[in-house]
Write a protein that binds this ligand. Structure first.
Ligand code: BEZ
Ligand code: FE
Length: 289
């Protein structure tokens, strides 16, 4: 098809893609092109703006390293990750809500025994004990569920961002017992800024947005016959709950980190149950190795 004018470009591209044999790819690419062209028309994108947009895309690819996935981060701060998560894991009254995976989950965290600490070296901070039960929607325990946990340190850094922490610090995988119960020790996580040293940081400051996430623990819970639950539990007294830069906070994911005085100073505990839906157990691709 020969293009006669700007309006004709969209028809020409749609016609060129019409024979795509995979129906889902045809649907996705058709919608992507229609929306992209509508966006260009709506904002009347200039050539300079087009170049700036392309620079941003190149930049997020180039800023992605073994310790940071800037492409995932861009999707996170634009709300796309949370939207995809909530569309595919609709909230309901009887199961735990999903929250974004984020760019820092690593595969193959060390297997731990119940009660172990995921602080693999001296990690200064308030001692934390986390416990809960993994169960299904009827209340039955999910024996043997794998509870993969990861968190930032009390100064707000994941181990892979911080040369001062040992490999796999504050990460571990626990196996729920005969009652579906799990418990482990750690240190209380802090809220933290997402990385701002790349194009995403420039975008946030151009939008006058702060880069902070509230304090949270990450969980990925898997068991055969159950939909993988990827979620986060937020400290209900944390700052920035209402303005999480990645839009991950959901009321039901607020957890109470109870603090009390112990013999060596303050210590805290969190009790939070994780309820899975029936479905497919799948492991997402890891954003970093
Ligand atoms: C995280 O919670 O690990 C995270 C999520 C999105 C962006 C940066 C970090
Ligand atoms: Fe996090």
């Amino acid at each position: 098809m020969i293009v006669e004018d700007q309006a004709g470009v969209t028809f020409a591209v749609e016609a060129a893609m019409a024979r795509t044999p995979d129906p889902r790819l045809r649907e996705i690419m058709g919608a992507l092109v229609r929306h992209a062209h509508a966006f260009v028309r709506e904002v009347r994108l200039t050539e300079d703006e087009f170049e700036a947009g392309l620079d941003f895309l190149v930049g997020i690819g180039q800023a992605t390293t073994a310790t940071k996935n800037e492409v995932v981060l861009a999707c996170d701060v634009l709300g796309v990750s949370t939207l995809v998560g909530l569309l595919n894991n609709p909230m309901g009254p009887d199961h735990t809500a999903a929250a974004l995976l984020g760019p820092f989950w690593r595969k193959n965290a060390p297997a731990c025994g119940l009660g172990d600490s995921i602080a693999r070296a001296d990690t200064p901070g308030t001692p934390l004990v986390v416990s809960g039960q993994v169960r299904d929607r009827s209340g039955a325990p999910i024996v043997g569920a794998q509870v993969d946990v990861w968190q930032a340190s009390p100064v707000g850094l994941y181990e892979n961002q911080d040369p001062g922490q040992p490999d796999m610090n504050l990460r571990g995988v626990f196996t729920a017992d005969e009652q579906g119960a799990f418990h482990f020790r750690s240190v209380r996580p802090a809220g933290y800024p997402v990385p701002t040293d790349g194009p995403v940081g420039l975008l946030l400051s151009a939008q006058q947005r702060h880069p902070y996430r509230p304090a949270h623990l990450h969980f990925m819970v898997t068991a055969p016959g159950y939909k993988t639950l990827v979620t986060q539990v937020f400290a209900d007294d944390s700052e920035n709950l209402e303005s999480d830069v990645t839009f991950g906070v959901i009321h039901s994911l607020l957890g109470r980190f109870e603090t009390e005085d112990g013999p060596d100073g303050p210590r805290c505990s969190l009790v939070y149950d994780l309820v899975l839906e029936p479905g497919e157990s799948r492991i997402p691709a890891a954003p970093i190795p």
